[in-house]
Design a protein around this ligand. Structure first.
Ligand code: ARG
Length: 465
């Protein structure tokens, strides 16, 4: 591929060690697609006849169908492999394919195509997960769960409200990924090794053939830019954090101590030592795998930091973390929607937790403030009522009106209906609050938004392809 100026053979260990084929073999479909696009551009530039172009396209398609290529020991990288195999298919004509191009622009193009596909797949998976959460929320109806701050019971919320919190996160994740896709959707082909192709190529030919919205504007940037890998892994690492928080909550809620959820057997495992165990392996693994997503983003940042323009071989090291991150998120999203759908909540346990421990204290203070007591004062009075309850083993609604009146004359008979579970929910009557009608509305809106994201189309529409 490049041995013309060399007299000494390569050191054997070095030769093996520097090869990227053992991992970049998986770029085969993208390398072929990009090569076909380039062939069309050089045909238009008069390097190939239309007959030769047809032969080349046919040869490239045959190469893309090769199977079990991974073990090929001759190929240095996927670019080398495809040209070599093309020569086997169509003879010396294959040697014309590399006219006016460089591996530097090829790898930049292949990786963009790979990431673009991974983003599309991740968006499809995220949408499925969001729908699973929405269905679970719809099914939960008016079931309640304590909300926590500092992991201490705070106020009751609707189970649907809690689940919709994750839908909000997913929507931001989808928006980050679509945004990254849109920004990266430019074609490096025609950038040459660093300074631009040495042929008067019409760069829009390859760009269009590959579904990019335009050619990249600067050859030095295009051959060394890996921002799209940063954007991708950073978006995935944030997404990983969200998924990990969900996994952590379910791990916690499935303990005997919480008992809010019964882990689906289809997604759990037993212990080889303790016969009674049912372990939350799925959520634990997800929590663990999200670390790899964050790891990929850190690897990419440290790899790129300090690289002089333009291409440097260091960049080859950026491939494996991307493949790993893409596989990791694909794996997570292959199980998460079905797992979510199969969750069985113990609504009675949730409700009992949501109705004990003075979770209606805020509603009680709100009652007093509605009677004209300044909130700070109301807070203190209800604090005294809670103290009385704690000392006598009673909830706020078990205190008598006479006892309450001793704390503040503003307490009236209507107090008890202001601190029921329903009233405690409904007093949060704001957009984004857990008031029952607000949540019902939020659920309808979330379903409409997520349904509106057609599986494949969402990303494509946003990126203008
Ligand atoms: N395998 C190389 C990579 O992944 C392809 C580009 C090689 N370019 C070069 N000038 N050696 O980065």
């Amino acid at each position: 591929m490049w041995s013309g100026r060399f007299r000494d053979p390569l050191n054997k260990q070095f030769e093996e060690w520097q090869r990227s084929f053992p991992f970049d073999y998986r770029l085969l479909p993208h390398e072929v697609e990009a090569s076909i696009a380039h062939a069309r551009a050089i045909e238009a530039a008069g390097i190939l006849t239309s007959e030769e172009l047809l032969q080349m396209e046919e040869g490239l398609r045959a190469v893309s169908k090769l199977e079990n290529i991974r073990g090929n020991e001759q190929a240095e990288d996927i670019h080398h492999f495809v040209e070599f195999q093309l020569t086997k298919q169509i003879g010396p004509l294959a040697l014309k394919l590399h006219t006016g191009r460089s591996r530097n622009e090829q790898i930049a193009t292949d990786m963009r195509l790979f990431v673009r596909d991974s983003i599309d797949a991740a968006i499809v998976g995220l949408r499925a997960w969001a729908m699973a959460l929405i269905e679970l929320a719809e099914h939960a109806g008016e079931a309640t769960i304590p909300s926590y701050t500092h992991l201490q019971r705070a106020e009751p919320v609707l189970v649907a409200h809690w689940l919709l919190a994750y839908v909000s996160m997913i929507e931001r994740d989808i928006s980050r990924l679509s945004d990254a896709r849109k920004r990266m959707n430019l074609c490096p082909l025609g950038s040459g090794a660093v300074a631009g192709a040495t042929l008067a190529l019409d760069r829009s030919i390859a760009a269009e053939a590959l579904g990019f919205s335009a050619p990249t504007p600067n050859s030095m940037d295009a051959t060394s830019d890996r921002d799209f890998l940063l954007d991708f892994t950073q978006a995935l690492s944030t997404l990983g954090l969200h998924i990990s928080r969900f996994a952590e909550e379910l791990t916690l809620y499935s303990t005997a101590e919480f008992g809010f959820v019964d882990l689906p057997e289809a997604f759990s495992t037993g212990s080889s030592a303790m016969p009674q165990k049912k372990n939350p392996d799925l959520t634990e693994l997800i929590r663990g795998k999200s670390a790899r997503l964050l790891g990929a983003s850190v690897t990419l940042s440290t790899l790129i930091k300090g690289l002089p323009l333009a291409y440097n071989k260091d960049l080859q090291e950026g491939q494996e973390p991307i493949f790993d991150a893409a596989d990791t998120i694909a794996g997570i999203l292959s199980v998460l929607p079905a797992f979510t759908r199969s969750l069985k909540f113990n609504f009675a346990r949730m409700k009992s937790a949501a109705t004990t421990g003075y979770l209606n204290a805020m509603a009680a203070a709100t009652y007093l403030s509605n009677k004209g007591v300044p909130f700070r004062k109301a807070h203190e009075i209800v604090g005294n009522a809670v103290r009385l309850g704690l000392e006598t083993g009673r909830e706020l609604n078990d205190l008598t009106l006479a006892e309450l009146r001793q704390l503040a004359p503003e307490f009236g008979e209507d107090f008890f209906s202001a601190i029921t579970l329903e009233a405690t929910l409904d007093c949060h009557d704001v957009v984004g609050g857990t008031n029952r009608a607000r949540v019902a509305q939020a659920l309808v809106e979330a379903r409409t938004r997520i349904t509106g994201l057609a599986p494949q189309e969402s990303a494509k529409i946003e990126s203008g392809v």
